[in-house]
Design a protein around this ligand. Structure first.
Ligand code: ADP
Ligand code: ADP
Length: 233
């Protein structure tokens, strides 16, 4: 579903590449944890999946990244939006509407999805993420875990094959983090969504992961394996 072939990313003014020699395959329907300390290139790698690299962040891309068969060099993020959904650390910074239900519908509007399909998908997503009782709530009044579930829901209504999340639980307490991770695990197992999740606190996520990609240091190639083998490194 996601394939990196000898990928490097170099930012202007940097004295060494942010990523180099990355070979990576993430299979369909897998929850893949991208781990490693701050500054090793996790966000850069996620950006290469969503197409922000090379189209928006100024990083120069070497090698090849394909997502669901689409080459990210020739497809801009907008042209990948029906395939890759992206969720960040701080949902409030990205919300574009004020109310839960509107936020779930928003992502579909620019894709020309018919109104009756939009309505059905909002209902389906409210149920899937346990948000039905909150549909009319102003986003500003939600807890951190509820906000993060709305952020995930707002990209899920598009039915992306791949969900990319950058430290989605870093602002959450352990109970709320577990709530969000359990939702992601359900998406993988029930819908076959492919999830790539970056997190520097390995221990929080590792029990949910099918595979771990560990970036050991800046510019060093990733160590890839099942959770037990990577934990042993
Ligand atoms: P992580 O997500 O693991 O913390 P990042 O991918 O954010 O790592 O950063 C990797 C390296 O690339 C860091 O040295 C960072 O300063 C640099 N970097 C990240 N984004 C940019 C950018 N847009 N322009 C220049 N340098 C960047
Ligand atoms: P429509 O595509 O007309 O909106 P549905 O919303 O009922 O139809 O969904 C069609 C199919 O997509 C169903 O089989 C459903 O299980 C599946 N589906 C639901 N949510 C997602 C999702 N987030 N990603 C991928 N497939 C999904």
């Amino acid at each position: 579903m996601i394939r990196f072939e000898n990928v490097s990313v170099t930012y202007a003014d940097a004295d060494r590449p942010a990523l180099s020699g990355v070979e990576l395959t993430v299979e369909e329907g897998e929850l893949c944890l991208l781990a490693g300390p701050s500054g090793v290139g996790k966000s850069t790698l996620l950006g290469a999946v969503s197409g922000l690299v090379p189209h928006f962040t100024g990083g120069r891309l070497g090698g090849r990244v394909t997502v669901a068969g689409r080459d990210t060099r020739t497809h801009k993020p907008r042209e990948l939006a029906d395939v890759v959904g992206t969720v960040g650390q701080d949902p409030l910074a990205h919300f574009v509407t004020d109310v839960v239900e509107d936020e779930l519908a928003y992502g579909m509007e620019s894709l020309g999805i018919a109104p009756d399909v939009m309505r059905r998908r909002v209902e389906e997503t409210l149920d899937l993420l346990g948000l039905a009782d909150l549909r009319d709530r102003p986003l500003a009044t939600l807890s951190g875990g509820q906000r993060q579930r709305v952020a995930i829901g707002s990209v899920l209504t598009v039915h992306p094959k791949v969900l990319v999340l950058d430290e989605p639980t870093s602002a959450l307490d352990p109970a709320a983090a577990e709530e969000v991770l359990a939702v992601l695990q359900r998406l993988v197992h029930d819908l076959g969504t492919t999830v790539l999740l970056a997190e520097h606190r390995l221990e929080r996520v590792v029990q949910y992961a099918d595979r771990v990609v560990l970036l050991p240091g800046p510019g060093e190639p990733p160590v890839v394996g099942d959770p037990a083998s990577v934990m042993a490194v």
